[in-house]
Unconditional design. Sequence first.
Length: 404
Amino acid sequence: MVSDADKKTYLNNTNWTYDYLDGIVIDHYDQKNNKPIPSKYNLNEPLVLQPGEYHGNKEPIKTTLGRLFFNKIVIEASGANQILGYVNETVYKGTYEEMCNSLASAVLTKDIPLSVLYNFLNYFENFFMRMHAAVACSFTITTFKPIEKVMQKKEELFKKYEKELDESNPNNMIKMVEIENELLDMAKDMLKDDPGMMLYNSKANASFVNNYKNTFITRGVIPDPNTGKNHIVKNCYAEGVDKKDIPSFATAITSGSYPKAVGTATSGYLSKNILAIMQNVRISDTLYDCGSKQTVEIKINDPQAFVFKYIVEDGKNVLLTPKNINKYDGKIVKLRSPMFCIGDKDGCICEVCAGTQPKNLGIKNIGLTASIMSGKFTNLSMKKFHDATIKLHNIDINDIIMTK
């Protein structure tokens, strides 16, 4: 437990440097005497912020030393605390994205200046990226080699489903993905308390279903675009490449490199087509609401994607903002959409159907932003070089076709 004296010191400190934290939460090793030198505290050390100790908090805040440092060094120093408050949770990739989205929305609504967002990004990346190597482990012995029980289970499953996995079976991919998922669940359960899982749980970069699976469980499915068949590679990289699998790995290298080297031309051509079609689409300078009665019924699963759009509630147009969006999270709403906009006399889209995002960003020629779609296609094709994971989904045709 952090002492009250130290807690007071940290709360009042304004000179946050890497060297300052070095003596508090970073372990060292004495090479001369061949012994470790433990840090004064662990970042997970619990502490309680009593009422009034942190920006006038009215209730006690049960937190950790690491979270206090994060709030002092990044949130408070950048001025982001006026929007985010005290962030009292583990910061994963999703948490970071939510904070960025909240600050970006606050900039658009002029609740904070753009400099706050700049400072937040700078402090987060420049300071805590350096801290990672000192306070978190990327790998442990257990997470850096195949697990014997998982390997034994793999052998059992491959023997049990030998016929289903044969290349002559056009559905062998489905069975292989099922086997991969079973082995991944088994490995994840066995490693759940291992510190090395922080690398995967944070979702910062490494992928358990891609990097860990290929390296320590099985390479799995490698589709062959020439024959249309799916090669099944049982070995993982740690086990080495079997002689019979060398052609399959060569296919995988080509399949990953082609989209990155040649396939980008497809999305580039698509971008030109989209711009040619959409270049005349503009936001009206004069028309606020075209009066269209048609809406899109949609469930809000990602609230940030709907901010600054209009919905119809009880016959009235309601603008979704950062302050009210959480009220509709998980609910089905009637969304005003450019697809149903009547437009003005020049065919321009009204503000209600378009939402206020274009206006906030100063964009009138909204059609020119449609090339964002082709940009995403380009990024996805480029990522195939690094991630060839096979994913299966059940698709309901009613989910992708608008019936009314």
